[in-house]
Ligand binder design. Structure first.
Ligand code: P1T
Length: 386
């Protein structure tokens, strides 16, 4: 499979036709346990928390797509993230991107900090020297999210991987916003990739799922394998099936998301009611150069500020029709939200304010509907503002 292109692997990797029936699609192995011939003698599966054929196919597929050696599927993105942090010894220090999904911040700050005595430094990683300055004697891991959620900053993965290698730190990239199609951090030297597969990888807003892929089968990877079974926050066979199905169209969906998002970002940038647009695909973006080098496209997420205050923003949300007001992203349908009040409400107000995640920041997950319909919807809502 490794000699095939991405679109081919997304459809076939890890998915041989079913040996018993010839079924072209991997069946949903809805079984909790597997018959053994004698104790310990079986066909490779013994209990579905430890391993299930539908989940194995998914894990093999994502490992090949990310160009790693092992994949692990979890019941949510946060469950996957939690297991990565659980591999660290107590009292570890981690350096994390300052602009992060609110739930990741909550996991680090409200759960792991207390339970594992975790120390965390949040750094603007668009300045790599700040990462080096943050390293301490107990630093174990660098956690990168790029594009960041919700400010869409782009972090230079090659430079961060080099710092991690030099200082013998584990490097983790949350690849949710880019998706495996647009960016493959393991090929740039990262140790682990984590996904909220709820988003682009599945693409249809009908499951919650998480994935980890490892670049090499080292001690950390072996610990993840152990913890996946020992903790048991695994993805169900049915959700594994849906995710495998979603991955088959990742290539065409991402191309469509990128095309619509770029057109919308350019349109908003030129609109008199819009103060600022954050999108790495805009030539004026400070991250345009790194994004062009690092990504195959600029993604489907667009954030922007309207002129005016929170009231104007609320008015805009009331007027918009086709974009649904909802958390999450990466589905075929377009969504809109206010991070400060929704996905990032768990981040303290003063930190949000420092970063620029104000009540007037609007985040779009641009879907793959007809572009003209999306532009028309934005225009009619903007026209209602003062
Ligand atoms: O929701 P879950 O599958 O547990 O994944 C959490 C997660 C992890 N990483 C990133 C970058 C994410 O964006 C998310 C979830 N984010 C949203 C629900 C959101 O609307 O931003």
């Amino acid at each position: 499979m490794s000699s095939y292109g991405f679109a081919t692997k997304a459809i076939h990797a890890g998915q041989e036709p079913d040996s018993a029936t010839g079924a072209i699609i991997i069946p949903i192995y809805a079984t909790s346990t597997f018959v053994q011939e004698r104790p310990g003698v079986h066909k490779g599966y013994e209990y579905s928390r430890s391993g299930n054929p539908t989940r194995s196919a998914l894990e093999s597929c994502i490992a090949q797509l990310e160009e790693g050696v092992a994949g692990f599927a979890f019941a949510s993105g946060l469950a996957a993230e939690s297991v990565i942090i659980d591999t660290l010894p107590k009292g570890s220090h981690i350096i994390a991107t300052d602009d992060l999904y609110g739930g990741t911040f909550r996991l680090f700050d409200k759960v792991k900090r207390e339970l594992q005595d975790l120390e965390i430094t949040y750094v603007d990683m668009t300045d790599e020297s700040a990462v080096v300055r943050a390293i301490r004697s107990n630093t174990r891991l660098i956690w990168v999210e790029t594009p960041t959620n919700p400010l869409l900053k782009i972090i230079d993965l090659e430079k961060i991987a080099a710092i991690a290698t030099e200082h013998r730190l584990i490097s983790v990239c949350d690849n949710t916003f880019a998706s495996t199609y647009l960016q493959r951090p393991l090929t740039l030297g990262f140790d682990l990739v984590v996904h909220s597969a709820t988003k682009y990888l599945n693409g249809h807003s009908d499951i919650v799922a998480g994935l980890i892929v490892a670049r090499q089968d080292d001690a950390v990877t072996q610990r993840i394998r152990f913890l996946q079974n020992a903790i048991g926050s695994v993805l169900s066979p049915f959700d594994s099936f849906l995710l495998l199905r979603g991955l088959k169209t990742l290539t065409v969906r991402m191309e469509a998301h990128c095309a619509n998002a770029l057109a919308i970002a350019l349109h908003l940038e030129a609109h008199s009611k819009v103060r600022q647009v954050l999108y790495p695909g805009l030539p004026a973006s400070p991250y345009h150069g790194v994004a062009t080098r690092q990504m195959k496209g600029y993604g489907g997420m667009v954030s922007f500020y309207l002129h005016g205050g929170a009231e104007e923003t609320q008015r805009f949300l009331r007027e918009i029709r086709l974009f649904a007001l909802a958390e999450s992203l990466g589905g075929v349908e377009s969504l809109i939200e206010v991070p400060a009040l929704m996905t990032h409400a768990s981040i303290p107000a003063e930190i949000r304010e420092q970063l620029g995640i104000s009540d007037t920041l609007i985040r779009l997950s641009v879907g793959i509907e007809e572009l003209d319909d999306l532009l028309h919807d934005l225009d009619q809502a903007l026209a209602k503002l003062n």
